[in-house]
Design a protein. Structure first.
Length: 170
């Protein structure tokens, strides 16, 4: 019985780490969500990509995702168009971006007033928030949607995405 206990004690940490590895991280979940949001948003015709141009997802400031976001974007097509990821160091005018993600540690918010850009943030207390803002609720990645800001930018958000939100600002 002592050998069994020793073996169990030796394997227990490995089992816990394997279980933890099976659970996606918050960053992995956000990376998976970001390109999928485009499926549930309608842009005005003037903001749609031209010809066969792709949708552009910009990460502004510190990039918490790395290759995870590129991998997630690679698997998505929006109206037959691929999604490409651009990384911008500063919050320059978001020209060319259809979706702009700004991490919570980023203190610069993209100047997109009046532009049809879906802004996404993970701002916690007090930071600027995008049209979609990631939060952790009950240990899970969830999001709030500011439908009023979306409408002001000419964006229409599907009721299917609104139904998944923790809260919606009308």
């Amino acid at each position: 019985m002592t050998a069994w206990r020793a073996l169990t004690c030796a394997l227990l940490p490995l089992l816990w780490s394997a279980a933890a590895a099976a659970e996606p991280t918050d960053i992995a979940v956000k990376a998976a969500f970001l390109p999928r949001f485009a499926r549930y948003v309608s842009w005005p015709a003037s903001a749609m990509p031209k010809g066969s141009d792709p949708f552009v997802l910009c990460v502004i400031g510190r990039d918490p995702f790395g290759a995870m976001l590129d991998d997630a974007a690679r698997t998505q097509l929006i109206d037959g168009r691929r999604i490409v990821v651009r990384r911008l160091e500063t919050a320059t005018p978001a020209g060319g971006c259809h979706i702009a993600f700004v991490a919570s540690s980023g203190n610069q918010f993209p100047p997109v007033v009046g532009q049809a850009v879906l802004t996404v943030t993970d701002a916690n207390n007090g930071g600027p928030r995008g049209i979609i803002n990631f939060v952790i609720a009950n240990g899970r990645v969830r999001f709030f949607i500011d439908q009023k800001s979306a409408a002001q930018r000419g964006l229409s958000i599907s009721s299917r995405l609104l139904a998944l939100a923790v809260g919606v600002r009308q």
